[in-house]
Write a protein that binds this ligand. Structure first.
Ligand SMILES: *[C@@H]1O[C@H](CO)[C@@H](O)[C@H](O)[C@H]1NC(C)=O
Length: 270
């Protein structure tokens, strides 16, 4: 099953590479320029160009000086007030646009189309907007001999790989829970149980422009450390018990003697 998925992923990458889409990657909340230029560099100030996302979502249109929100209507709500063109670049055949505060949901295939040019020209640009996230790690349960560690990565996109590692870098067996987040992102909760004192790291790896991010937890397992202390405790306990036992023995003997002495006296008077 995984192999088939892997093959699909590999095929997907090859297709993307083969059809020559320009790939643009940014982190969410940053501004992004989607490039589109005619190789002829002809002046397009009086021409029409139309930007769509995923084949049907209206992103931006320019028609001889009119644009969406200023003479033209039909722009998708998702892009209202967030898209602009470069007026000074039009005379060089440059129809690039800028999207402000890119969101994960802006990810997709954009087309920049000159429908009235002869021959008609269309350019495809793939935009990937990543929500890079850092992990948050802490112990959630602790007893003398074990500790349960939890790592949370919220609202990440693309789907991150989350791992618990020990101080030698060894990946620990862990239980993963995935909860869908806003805008195609995921929340991941990863739990592991450790039985040794040490420093444990939760490592998040996201493909694309995100850097690897780490959070650490220091664990003290008290159970095994107590072991050398136990004989000492035993000696004290046994000592105290022995003293108490000896004291009560002496006391019992003393009172017994006194009692016997008293009863012996009247007997002796007869
Ligand atoms: C088109 O204009 C944008 C914005 O000024 C610029 O970043 C880009 O490099 C230009 N493209 C070309 C091919 O000159």
């Amino acid at each position: 099953m995984e192999l088939i998925l892997l093959l699909f992923v590999v095929c997907g990458l090859l297709i993307t590479a083969a059809d020559g889409n320009t790939l643009v990657k940014v982190e969410s909340y940053s501004d992004v320029v989607l490039p589109c230029s005619l190789s002829s560099k002809e002046n397009i100030e009086s021409k029409l160009f139309d930007w769509k996302k995923d084949g049907h979502i209206e992103v931006f249109m320019y028609d001889g000086g009119l644009i969406y929100g200023n003479g033209l209507s039909g722009q998708d709500k998702q892009f209202e007030g967030r898209v602009s063109h470069f007026g000074d670049e039009l005379k060089n055949g440059n129809a690039s646009i800028k999207i402000t505060k890119a969101k994960v949901s802006d990810s997709g295939i954009y087309s920049c189309d000159f429908p009235r040019l002869q021959p008609r020209q269309t350019f495809n640009i793939q935009l990937v907007v990543s929500a890079c996230r850092t992990p948050s790690a802490k112990p959630i349960e602790a007893s003398d001999d074990r500790s349960v560690l939890q790592c949370v990565v919220g609202g990440a996109s693309p789907r991150p790989k989350v791992e618990w590692r020990d101080s030698s870098g060894q990946i620990l067996p862990a239980e993963e829970t995935e909860v869908p987040g806003k805008e195609n992102s995921v929340n991941i909760i990863l739990k592991t149980t450790v039985t040794k004192t040490g420093i444990y790291s939760c490592v998040v790896t996201q493909e694309g422009i995100c850097h690897q991010a780490i959070d650490e937890v220091t664990v003290h397992i008290t159970g095994p450390e107590k072991t050398p202390g136990i004989p000492y405790g035993w000696i004290v306990t046994v000592g105290v018990l022995a003293v108490a036992l000896f004291a009560s023995f002496v006391a019992v003997c003393y009172f017994k003697n006194k009692l016997e002495g008293r009863t012996a006296v009247p007997q002796g008077e007869h």
